[in-house]
Ligand binder design. Structure first.
Ligand SMILES: Nc1ncnc2c1ncn2[C@@H]1O[C@H](COP(=O)(O)OP(=O)(O)O)[C@@H](O)[C@H]1O
Ligand SMILES: [Mg+2]
Length: 335
């Protein structure tokens, strides 16, 4: 397979994306593929081209399908760099921002470039935690109660209790998130979250343990338990510093609970119409059971990341996982 791995981007998860991109590149090479590592992508019209188009006007008839095919063949649609149009598939190793929220996916779809993972609709739905939670509820996947800012502190406290969680609606990597214990702290936590996003969510805190479930194709992989070491929650440091958290695959839980997590993870994946792979995050309240926090359409993809660990625990080594993700994308072209 000829594969272009795209990574970097300009979100706060840029460093994480570079780590993913480099490791995916290495793994796909190990698996025998022809791989190109691409840090950024640009498709730019020159001034001369813009001028020519301005003075051209519109023909009385729409272009024929033959003409459109010629355009596509010549330019590769709107993504011109040959490293994308020459590849059988683009492996998206971007995290956060326009790389994960459906924007890049929509551009590639419009350009007719095949890429791994969810399309623009699924990506956008998963990135927008508020929207995702509404879809989880519609699919009977329990998710903790929430409100969107602006909201006055008293109403938020009355509805959600303490502690409560304040987070940007469309960020990742626990950036801008605060666990709030007192009424007086709510508004400053909201302001902090607004520094990272134009929408802010307040959510009921779920005490207990944290779990994550990887999905590959239409199958749930091993359930993993996350025990953060740097903090009570799975924050940026716990996520990315070596030894920041114990990540146990498969989790030490009953077969029944495992099956329930996997069923809910598949339910969440399908509720958002996700494709190829994803990772669904949960909390387990000792009294009130399982709660789904969010779905990640482009989860971390270093060999030590959670989804690769979930795959390894069911006998899928990292290079095979990366190859399978490409195969799932390629199968779409053949349909
Ligand atoms: N409602 C909640 N109850 C308890 N912990 C939470 C809650 N929301 C978030 N957390 C903690 O913060 C981490 C990051 O939150 P999450 O909603 O998954 O956002 P991100 O997209 O930043 O990963 C979670 O892994 C968990 O440890
Ligand atoms: Mg998360």
């Amino acid at each position: 397979m000829k594969i272009a791995v795209l990574f970097g981007g300009n979100s706060s998860e840029r460093d994480v994306s570079i780590a993913s991109g480099i490791q995916v590149t290495k793994a796909l090479k190990e698996a025998g593929h022809n791989v190109l590592a691409v840090d950024t992508f640009r498709g730019v019209l020159s001034d001369v081209e813009v001028q020519a188009l301005l003075s051209r006007g519109i023909a009385p008839e729409p272009p024929s399908s033959h003409d459109l095919e010629v355009v596509k063949a010549k330019t590769g649609g709107i993504v011109q760099p040959s490293y994308f149009t020459d590849a059988d598939v683009v492996f998206l190793a971007l995290h956060g921002g326009t790389g994960e929220d459906g924007t890049v996916q929509a551009v590639f779809t419009a350009a007719g470039v095949l890429y791994t993972g969810s399309d623009h609709v699924g990506s956008a739905a998963a990135m927008d935690k508020d929207l995702a939670k509404r879809l989880f509820l519609a699919a009977e996947v329990p998710t903790p109660d929430w409100l969107m800012a602006p909201v006055d502190s008293e109403s938020a406290a009355a509805r959600l209790g303490f502690p409560l969680v304040v987070k940007p609606n469309k960020q990742g990597s626990t950036v801008g998130l605060t666990i709030v214990h007192r009424l007086e702290e709510i508004q400053s936590a909201i302001e902090e979250a607004y520094r990272h996003d134009d929408e802010v969510m307040l959510e009921r805190f779920v005490p207990g343990r944290e779990f994550t479930v990887g999905i590959l194709g239409d199958r749930a992989l091993a359930v993993g338990e996350i025990i953060p070491k740097c903090s009570d929650i799975f924050d940026y440091q716990s996520k990315y510093q070596p030894g920041g958290a114990d990540e146990i695959f498969p989790a030490d839980i009953s077969p029944e609970l495992t099956a329930r997590f996997q069923e809910l993870a598949l339910g969440a994946h399908r509720a958002l119409k996700l494709r190829d792979y994803s990772r669904i995050d949960f909390r387990l309240d000792p009294k009130a059971g399982i709660w789904c926090l969010e779905a990640n359409t482009l989860p971390g993809m270093t060999a030590q990341s959670l989804l690769p660990k979930a795959a390894a625990a069911v006998g899928i080594p990292f290079p095979e996982l990366c190859t399978e993700i490409c195969r799932l994308a390629l199968a779409r072209r053949q349909r």
